[in-house]
Design a protein. Structure first.
Length: 175
């Protein structure tokens, strides 16, 4: 019964995120920050990435992503995220599941092109207490986009960890 309630809760939460994911008008995550929350055998990720980290998606070269560009390149962005945002456990590379991409829209100008994308998803662990290695190879062109601040939390043993990733130091061992 407990498993069924968790599955129903996860399904409802996923559906809500899916319905709200087209355009994030509230800032789900501060720019250049990310979180990994380990809960039982799942790692839930939220990550804010700069648009300038992605090649070939800015057709008008304004340094931002319009809704047309986002729609046109959404699948390409997802492929790049799967390739360049990697979480490994003791058994190797994990697959990012249920990935959602959302442009971070301004409250004042919700239809304006955006400079940040939110990536949300889930990884499944074979061992909830596994050592994790997290690697991100998506950094923007501006100096402020050369640093990603990552917070990791594991509920099972109440461990927390902070990390800063840069193009020269793009991976971290967690827990």
């Amino acid at each position: 019964m407990k498993y069924r309630v968790k599955k129903i809760t996860f399904t409802i939460a996923s559906l809500c995120m899916l319905l709200l994911s087209q355009y994030v008008s509230a800032h789900v995550m501060v720019a250049q920050h990310g979180t990994l929350n380990v809960l039982n055998s799942n790692v839930f990720m939220v990550l804010s990435l700069p648009v300038s980290a992605f090649e070939g998606i800015d057709d008008d070269n304004d340094g931002k992503l319009s809704s047309t560009e986002f729609s046109k390149y959404r699948a390409a962005i997802a492929r790049v995220v799967h390739k360049k945002v990697v979480l490994k456990d003791n058994n190797g590379k994990l697959t990012l599941e249920d990935m959602m991409l959302s442009p971070v829209a301004s409250h004042q100008l919700p239809n304006a092109p955006v400079s940040q994308l939110i990536v949300m998803g889930r990884y499944r662990l074979s061992d909830p207490l596994s050592r994790l290695e997290y690697k991100i190879e998506l950094f923007g062109k501006a100096p402020a986009e050369q640093l990603l601040e990552i917070s990791a939390n594991r509920k099972n043993d109440h461990k927390k960890q902070q990390a800063q990733l840069t193009p020269n130091n793009s991976n971290v061992v967690i827990f």
